[in-house]
Design a protein around this ligand. Structure first.
Ligand SMILES: NC(=O)C1=CN([C@@H]2O[C@H](COP(=O)(O)OP(=O)(O)OC[C@H]3O[C@@H](n4cnc5c(N)ncnc54)[C@H](O)[C@@H]3O)[C@@H](O)[C@H]2O)C=CC1
Ligand SMILES: O=C(O)C(=O)[C@H](O)COP(=O)(O)O
Length: 385
């Protein structure tokens, strides 16, 4: 069997040892020629896979080690009889941690407490529902908008326009779709952006085109009161330097880039491939993944609880580091091509990041109110357990 795979899928050699020949390529370079004698194609989000790309090739299985599937022509691949698998929820926890770190930073920037905000979550699936649970455990008010889910169960759901009118913070967690009654392409258009409440915070870690970036740039020029964090860009891997300058936080599509999230994605696709090949999945992620966590943290009583909470969140992930790296890259890039390559390099060489729940907390010695809130929010595990 010949497997062609994106070079940025970790642990693939280990999971697929004995499966056959494995060819690793930069994701953006994978094309028809790369897969002309491949049986299996494994990608991440930067490889667009259409039925036309696979015509005349033996490829019968396409796996993406990502949550998003907008880079795959799902109807075309299904019609061509190609099995497709994705990795639902694999890096959802990382995205939640990214959003929390954004909230802390936007709070500092505006000198207004994030704990007092009403957060509107657009798209309440794997990421949105975990974000809602985490925020609620931290005592933060959330409002939810998910029309496709509301068709099954409207309880607690409101429309996007109502969400925009009632929320201080809007965080987007929808898939990118262009067709159908709930299409998300330019879901946040000029009209909706203009309707954001005075001083609102807007966070997008879904897909770039969910927000009309040209409209956002125009609105931000007139509304410096709005604070925006963008992890994803309509022209990705090219970042509009003017739009980035108008955002408080600008990062290179790394919201879900914890090592744990990437490894889960690989493991999920390994399992899907084993099912497709009708062979037992003999390897588990726990056997191959690094065991070291983020360490144990003892939070001494004394400082205010909210300060300790912020410190705990920052210890595991600080979005300001990713923001600084992207801005430095954009400033140094001498051409659009250099900027595109710089964006991809920041993602390929991403520093090691582990998920918060690997941080253990000593409840015996820590400030009890903060320890309880962090445990309830799934941020840490109890070192005493
Ligand atoms: N920046 C990053 O690193 C990452 C980005 N993502 C993006 O986040 C997206 C969401 O991820 P998940 O929550 O795991 O997906 P999911 O599929 O579990 O949930 C998406 C939710 O959005 C809802 N939705 C669809 N259309 C909508 C609309 N018009 N308005 C409101 N809600 C709508 C769906 O009903 C569903 O409940 C992914 O599709 C992916 O594009 C995911 C992981 C990492
Ligand atoms: O899982 C998703 O969906 C994502 O957006 C991934 O974090 C994207 O990562 P790459 O596939 O672009 O490495």
């Amino acid at each position: 069997m010949h497997i062609v795979a994106d070079e940025n899928i970790p642990l693939l050699d280990e999971f697929l040892a004995g499966f056959g020949r494995l060819t690793r390529l930069p994701g953006r370079l994978i094309d028809h020629t790369s897969v002309k004698d491949a049986d299996v194609l494994l990608v991440r989000s930067v490889t667009k896979v259409s039925a036309a790309m696979l015509v005349g090739t033996p490829v019968r299985f396409v796996g993406t080690c990502t949550i998003g599937t907008d880079h795959l022509d799902l109807p075309g691949l299904a019609a061509a009889g190609v099995e497709v698998a994705s990795a639902p929820g694999c890096n959802a926890r990382g995205v939640v941690e990214y959003v929390l770190s954004c909230l802390l930073t936007l709070s500092e920037r505006s000198a207004s407490a994030w704990q007092d905000k009403t957060v509107g979550i657009v798209g309440v699936g794997e990421v949105g529902s975990r974000l809602a649970c985490t925020l609620q455990a931290l005592g933060i008010k959330t409002l939810l908008c998910d029309p496709p889910r509301a068709e099954q169960d409207a309880d607690g759901m409101i429309t996007l326009d109502e969400l925009i009118s009632r929320c201080d913070v809007i965080s987007c967690h929808v898939p990118l779709t262009s067709d159908g009654p709930h299409a998300t392409h330019h879901l946040l258009n000029e009209q909706r952006l203009a309707a954001l409440r005075p001083g609102a915070w807007l966070i997008n870690s879904s897909r770039g085109p969910v927000i009309d970036n040209t409209a956002l740039n125009t609105v931000l020029a007139q509304r410096p009161d709005l604070l925006v964090a963008l992890d994803v860009w309509e022209t990705e891997p090219l970042v509009d330097p003017q739009l980035a300058a108008r955002c408080v936080l600008a990062t290179p599509h790394i919201a879900g880039y914890s090592l744990d999230g990437k490894l889960r994605g690989t493991a999920q696709i390994y399992q899907a491939l084993c099912r497709f090949l009708d062979i037992p999945a003999t390897l588990a992620l726990e056997q191959l993944a690094p065991r070291t966590g983020a360490g144990t943290w003892i939070m001494e009583p004394g400082p205010p609880a909210d300060w300790l909470l912020s410190k705990a969140l920052r210890q595991v992930y600080d979005v300001r580091d990713d923001d600084a790296r992207l801005r430095a890259m954009v400033a140094a890039a001498e051409s659009e091509q250099a900027s595109r390559e710089g964006f991809d390099r920041l993602r390929k060489d991403y520093p090691l990041r582990r998920e918060c729940n690997l941080l253990r907390i000593s409840t015996a010695t820590s400030e009890p109110q903060v320890a309880r809130r962090l445990l309830a929010a799934g941020f840490v595990s109890d070192d005493e357990s």
